[in-house]
Design a protein around this ligand. Sequence first.
Ligand code: DGL
Length: 281
Amino acid sequence: MDGRPIGVFDSGLGGLTVVRALLDLLPDEHLVYFGDTGRFPYGPKPREEVLKYAFEITELLMGHDVKLIVVGCNSAAAAALTELRARYEVPLTGVIEPGLRAAAAATRTGRVGVIGTVGTIASGAYQRAAALWPGIELTCAACPGFVEFVEAGDVDSDQVFVLAERLLAPVRAAGVDTLVLGCTHYPLLARTIGDVMGRDVVLVSSGEETAFEVAAVLDAVGARRRPPGGSGVAPGDPGVSPGEADARRTFLTSGDPATFRTLGSHFLGPEVDAVEAWRWS
Ligand code: DGL
C-alpha cells in the first residue's frame, strides 16, 4: 500500500488520453500531471533537447514524491525512456511497448501501421520494439501538423481531414488492418483518422494498455492506493490518512493555465478543474 501519487507527463495535452485510462482503471490513485505546453511541440525537436526536457520534468515530478512515472508522450519515451530508467529507481512506464502489445493482439493479418511525430518515427523506437512480436510487419509514417491542430482545439475540421488524407496515404497503401496511434495526442483525432482509414482498420491507442501495465507494476510491489474503509485496507494501514478518501488530481502546465483548463476539461472531462502554472527558470 503506497498513498503517493502517480506522475504523468507529456509535451502538452496529449498525455491526458493516458490519464483518462488511468483514472478509469485506477480511480483511487492520486495523480500529478505535467503538460509542457510552454515548450511544445517535442516532435520536431532534436533528440538531445527532448532528452533534457524529460530529465527536467522527471526531477519536477520526483519533487512531488511520485511512486511511479508514466512518460505519456511517445516523442519523450522514444528519446529518453532508456536513459531515465538508468538514472532513476522509481518505476518508469512508457507508451510504445503497450501500444504495440495492443496492436499485436488486435491484428488479423500482421500488417500493422504506426503513426507518430517526426521525432518518434525517425528514432526507430517502434521499429526496435516491434522485434518482440516477430509476426508483425510494420509500416511507419510521421504525421507532422496533427498535434498542432489538437493543441489549438481543432480535431475534426476540413483542414484536419485533408491533412489526414495526405499523411495517412502510406499506411493505407500498405493495407494495414491495425493502426497504432503512436502519439498520445492522436486519440483526440480518432474520428478523423478513423474516417480516412475506413471501418475495417482497428485504431489502437496506448492509453488502456499503459494503464494495465501501471496497475501490474503497482500490484507487483503491493503499491496500489486503497482508500480508507475500502477493501484490502488493514486497520491502522499507514499509507492513507483519514480524509484522503478522494483521489487528488493535480495538473501543472508550463503554458497558459486557462487554455489548458478549457481544452483539458473538454478532452479529458471534469477532472481538469484547476490548473497550476509552472515557470521554467
Ligand atoms: N504527445 C506527444 C507524443 O506522444 C507529441 C507531441 C509533440 O510533438 O509535442 O509524441
